[in-house]
Design a protein around this ligand. Structure first.
Ligand code: CP
Length: 303
């Protein structure tokens, strides 16, 4: 892998290789690399989980993290994001992690920047490290993807998590279903739409999505109780799920909107397990990028 930009870029073998590495790190630990390496964390959108878990992942790998905040940088003097990224490259960063509100920003930079770039969320585009941690959580539960029925339910049109997961799950042989308000459908995605009632009853995994208010422009305003009743996971719907079925949500969670409050930490919920897995998934991605570029040679998996 040269960069980590989209789950569409990854073969089944590459995804499984990363999952195996993430599990190996989780179970066996990982010694920090002895080389001094710097990682630039460029977050142009708010983040708690992604930013903090990258920071922990970087420290566990022995990296020095360079945290960039736009307001105190030369962006306020008019410097472009490209020149900002080139600066990190010039001063010796080995890797860049970028979250940005514009779709394809990470990919555009990757076309011209020679160090590896990780897409940590690009607008409504993709969120591939979130997808990897979601896949890790599903695999821990079922030990397979083939034949699993997985519903992605919520703000499909504006969700980068929906896109990355739909692409990856299809590559891995799962049956993907989508569920949402009609105006949030994305008909460019070739997966069947079902109601939230059908999704709850028939699926092994119900993956809920946050409502992406910040991408709705003028069409804001969802009544929380109405949304939960018609499109969210209520306790009544949870009771109709199969005994083995699990609930995922990338978080942040709007409790009482996408999911009834008491379900967030119920026995089926893997929401905080997803966050825990995020550190290991991100460590695996960073290791592979540096290994594949020949920057490190310490890697403990089958090729
Ligand atoms: N799931 C996720 O990306 O959360 P943050 O926006 O807090 O990073």
């Amino acid at each position: 892998m040269e960069h980590f930009l989209s789950m569409k870029d990854l073969s089944e073998h590459e995804i499984l290789r990363l999952l195996k590495e993430a599990e190996a790190i989780k179970n066996g630990g990982q010694k920090p690399f002895e080389k001094q390496l710097f990682v630039g964390n460029l977050f142009f959108e708010p983040s708690t989980r992604t930013k903090m878990s990258f920071t922990i992942a970087e420290r566990r790998l022995g990296f020095e993290s360079l945290d960039f905040t736009g307001e105190s940088s030369s962006l306020v003097k008019g410097e472009s994001i490209y020149d900002t990224a080139r600066t990190f490259e010039a001063i010796g960063a080995s890797l860049l992690v970028i979250r940005h509100p514009e779709e394809n920003m990470a990919a555009r930079l990757a076309a011209d920047i020679s160090i590896p770039i990780i897409n940590a969320g690009d607008g409504a585009g993709e969120h591939p490290t979130q997808s990897l941690l979601d896949l890790m959580t599903i695999h821990q539960e079922f030990k397979r993807f083939s034949g699993l029925r997985i519903a992605i339910a919520g703000d499909i049109k504006h969700s980068r998590v929906a896109r990355s997961n739909a692409f990856a799950l299809q590559t891995l042989g799962a049956e993907v279903y989508l569920s949402c308000k009609p105006e949030w459908e994305d008909r460019s995605l070739p997966y069947p739409y079902v109601s939230i009632d059908e999704a709850a009853e028939m699926c092994d995994v119900v993956m809920l999505l946050r409502i992406q208010h910040e991408r709705h422009g003028k069409n804001k305003g969802v009544n929380p109780a109405d949304y939960l009743r018609h499109f969210g996971l209520t306790v009544e719907r949870e009771r109709s799920m199969q005994p083995h079925a699990i609930i995922l949500h990338p978080a942040p969670v709007n409790r009482g909107v996408e999911i009834e409050d008491e379900l967030v930490e119920c026995p089926r919920s893997r929401i905080f397990k997803q966050m825990e897995n995020g550190v290991f998934a991100r460590m695996a991605v960073m290791k592979h990028l540096l290994k594949d570029r020949g920057i490190i040679d310490d890697i403990n998996i089958d090729q």
